[in-house]
Design a protein around this ligand. Structure first.
Ligand SMILES: Nc1nc2c(c(=O)[nH]1)N[C@H]1C(S)=C(S)[C@@H](COP(=O)(O)OP(=O)(O)OC[C@H]3O[C@@H](n4cnc5c(=O)[nH]c(N)nc54)[C@H](O)[C@@H]3O)O[C@H]1N2
Ligand SMILES: Nc1nc2c(c(=O)[nH]1)N[C@H]1C(S)=C(S)[C@@H](COP(=O)(O)OP(=O)(O)OC[C@H]3O[C@@H](n4cnc5c(=O)[nH]c(N)nc54)[C@H](O)[C@@H]3O)O[C@H]1N2
Ligand SMILES: [Mo]
Length: 679
């Protein structure tokens, strides 16, 4: 029986290697593949559920066109291509190519994803999006502080004596990291969790701090105050490697523990206890998640947390450092496209209009020059995952013609005039990077696509020909038709970095330049060449304080700003990647549906009981959910996982506002106040 090594391409830290067995052209088993040392114990339940996902009767396997009655009917590829060529061609003629929105989400990793943008460039340009729903606040904070997003190998955290998982729910979102955390704990390390919500990640924690949402910056400044006061700082490292220590020390001087405690709602004794641990235990690794970045102050919060590491000399040593994003595998220009993060600079001369991902709905509606008429959505589910669902839906519905490429009928696909079926991870060869470990992995084609499914690259070629592009022009950026064409396209990408498909076929390969211990060289590619506590660039580019100063989030119970009393957290959940996987029966057995989690005090104050159906609402929208009591929830906060959509009563983003983070054009999902009442 042939067994192939492949990699899970979902937007997840782990990016597991997997062994898939194929019998008679069908995947029959999925198992661990040991070559990836970060994920050696094998894929999670989601990975195993590909057996169901790929062969699900719900999967879309033919082009579908919306009927006058609003249902979908199959049409031939020929008719679909004709329709697209006609509608896109007309939009380009009448309003210019920028009247087309090209939107991509994070549905799959792969080098071939880059073909889409190149296609729309050849089309004459388009409107696209800048920023990201996910991690840019932290990426930009890290770049400003340390110069680059470098990170030690995943297993290095096992060497730490103190681990702080800050706003990260690793036991659900990065299960493979917990193996290394447990190794450290077994050797006597201390674990601290900082999260307003108690999660399974804190099961073995020595200390759980539950700050008021969005106030972690104040907590970090309070900790620095105590460390400096106690003299538990690394003077030599600061002198050699830090810019702006004096100004920073002055800032944190104004944050005695009583003030920090009052702001972040953590007892002063706990702040002192954590400061003591930070002062006494080394090496220290801080693994920062995304929780505290999903606020309007998220970038500055990340800078304040980062400063604790150089302050205590915990950088560039085994077991020490900033574990946030490992960009070692982002060595291909098509993966590391700075235009994805910043507004257009158009180095290629093609006119490109760009709107904010976080404000997708309102920016689409506001665009005038030219107004948006047609759209193409690929690898994303913005009607469920972007803030302000109502605004996104209104803007998608205002388009004359929308194409969505997806494997199932998502909330976004339901808005399409034409749905095109997309490949699964087993149906086209590609090369996959990662963001927690540094392995490049081959994701080989192991089965033929079912029905009439065609990979995006084939769709683009066929559409390009209909739009009058020549084969030669398309050959400039697309693989030649057929499996051999894809392989030679990938080979050409690998060759400049000294790799080949043959090497990747043998198993996961560490990206050239990946480092076991980040910053061991003490090279910081900031303007000053030092770790910057004081960043002129932060002030110039983003209009924030050059220091990691604290300001409360815009809409928060912490700041007493907003008409509603409860902060709504909408975190990720173990058995899904955002809106993917949730429809599968295997997943539903463990996670029957969404719920609102609330602490007992808040429930009692509203006369609510477990199991009650409640309405969660604010001025932007409302959502009905069953109530679950969560005894580990910080009072004043409630939580509902993101990912569920219209079939489960609606997305949590019916309640969120499209609002960017202070750094990096991220999305402030949790800057979101609500009230809850019984239905
Ligand atoms: N199973 C699973 N794994 C995933 C994903 C998934 O959807 N499912 N998604 C992947 C992706 S794209 C991402 S971005 C990552 C996200 O990975 P994580 O950052 O671990 O996940 P989140 O659930 O966004 O947030 C983590 C925690 O932050 C807490 N939090 C919320 N607000 C605050 C705050 O103000 N301060 C602090 N300290 N904590 C706060 C939440 O309660 C939550 O428990 O996970 C990746 N891995
Ligand atoms: N309220 C709230 N909202 C959030 C978050 C939050 O914490 N709170 N988290 C945010 C974060 S961190 C992220 S990363 C985003 C994720 O936002 P998205 O990336 O939009 O979310 P997904 O649900 O993963 O949707 C991806 C879609 O791509 C499709 N897909 C998968 N593979 C392929 C393929 O090969 N080709 C094509 N054409 N399609 C494919 C999937 O079927 C799925 O429908 O959500 C964000 N939304
Ligand atoms: Mo994300």
């Amino acid at each position: 029986m042939p067994v192939f090594t492949t990699a899970c391409p979902r937007n997840c830290y782990s990016t597991c290697a997997m062994a898939v067995t194929v019998v008679d052209g069908r995947v029959t088993a999925i198992d661990a593949a040991p070559g990836n040392l970060a994920t050696a114990e094998g894929p999670c339940l989601k990975g195993l559920s590909y057996l169901e996902r790929v062969y699900s009767p719900e999967r879309i396997t033919r082009p579908l066109r919306r009927t006058a009655a609003g249902t979908f009917e199959p049409i031939s590829w020929d008719a679909a291509l004709e329709l697209m060529a006609e509608r896109f061609g007309a939009a380009r003629r009448e309003n210019g190519p920028q009247s087309l929105l090209y939107y991509t989400g994070s549905g799959t990793k792969g080098l071939l994803n880059g073909c889409g943008m190149q296609f729309w460039r050849a089309f004459g340009g388009c409107t696209t999006t800048y920023g990201d729903l996910c991690w840019p606040a932290g990426l930009e904070a890290t770049r400003l502080t340390f110069g680059d997003n470098r990170q030690s190998a995943p297993w290095d955290i096992a060497e730490a004596r103190l681990i702080v998982l800050w706003g990260k729910n690793a036991s659900e979102t990065n299960v493979h990291q917990m193996r290394f955390v447990h190794q450290a704990l077994d050797r006597g390390a201390t674990l601290v969790i900082i999260d307003p919500r108690r999660t399974p990640t804190s099961d073995r924690a020595h200390l759980l701090l539950q700050p008021r949402p969005g106030t972690d910056g104040a907590l970090a400044l309070g900790l620095a105050h105590l460390l400096i006061e106690a003299g538990q700082i690394d003077h030599a490292f600061i002198k050699d490697c830090v810019l702006g220590f004096e100004a920073y020390a002055e800032l944190v001087h104004a944050w005695p523990p009583a003030r920090a405690a009052a702001e972040c709602g953590v007892p002063e004794a706990q702040i002192r206890e954590l400061a003591r641990l930070l002062g006494e235990l080394a090496p220290l690794s801080i693994s920062a998640g995304f929780g505290m970045q999903r606020y309007t102050n998220g970038g500055q919060t990340m800078r304040a947390i980062q400063a604790l590491l150089p302050l205590t000399g915990n950088l560039g040593k085994p077991g020490a450092g900033w574990v946030y994003a490992n960009l070692a595998t982002q060595i291909f220009s098509s993966l590391k496209n700075p235009l994805d993060f910043y507004p257009p600079e158009q180095p290629d001369g093609v006119v490109r209009v760009s709107i904010s991902t976080a404000r997708l709905g309102t920016d689409m509606a506001a665009q005038q020059d030219p107004p948006l008429k047609v759209g193409w959505v690929e690898r994303g589910n913005p009607a469920c995952q972007n803030p302000d669902t109502n605004a996104v839906l209104a803007s998608l519905r205002a388009l004359d013609f929308l194409v969505v490429v997806d494997e199932r009928l998502t909330d976004t696909a339901r808005e399409a005039h034409l749905i095109l079926p997309s490949k699964s991870l087993f149906e086209q060869t590609d090369v996959i990077g990662a963001y927690w470990h540094a392995y490049l992995q081959l994701r080989p084609k192991v089965i033929e696509p079912p029905g009439e499914v065609r990979p995006e690259t084939n769709i683009y070629r066929a559409l390009g020909l209909r739009l009058g592009m020549s084969e030669a022009e398309l050959d400039g950026f697309l693989p030649r038709p057929g499996d051999a064409g894809v392989e030679s396209w990938l080979e050409a990408k690998l060759q400049p970095i000294g790799l080949s498909l043959a090497q990747l076929r043998e198993g996961p390969v560490l990206a050239p330049g990946s480092e076991p211990v980040a910053f061991a060289d003490r090279r910081f590619s900031t303007p000053s060449g030092k770790v910057e506590f004081f960043s002129v660039e932060a002030a110039r580019r983003w209009g924030v304080s050059p220091l990691p100063d604290y300001t409360p989030p815009l809409e928060s119970a912490a700041a007493g700003v907003g008409r509603y009393p409860l902060q709504l957290l909408t975190p990720n959940t173990k058995n899904s990647i955002h809106s993917q996987f949730l429809p599968l029966q295997q997943i539903r057995q463990l996670m029957p549906g969404p719920s609102l989690e609330m602490g007992p005090e808040d429930a009692l104050a509203r006369g609510l009981k477990p199991g009650d159906r409640v309405r969660v609402f604010n001025d932007r929208g409302s959502l009905e959910l069953p109530l679950r009591l969560h005894f580990g929830m910080r009072p004043g906060s409630v939580s509902a996982c993101n990912g569920f959509g219209a079939e489960d009563g609606g997305s949590v983003n019916l309640l969120s506002l499209g609002r960017e983070t202070d750094l990096g054009h991220g999305a402030g999902f949790h800057d979101n106040l609500v009230e809850v009442e019984r239905v």
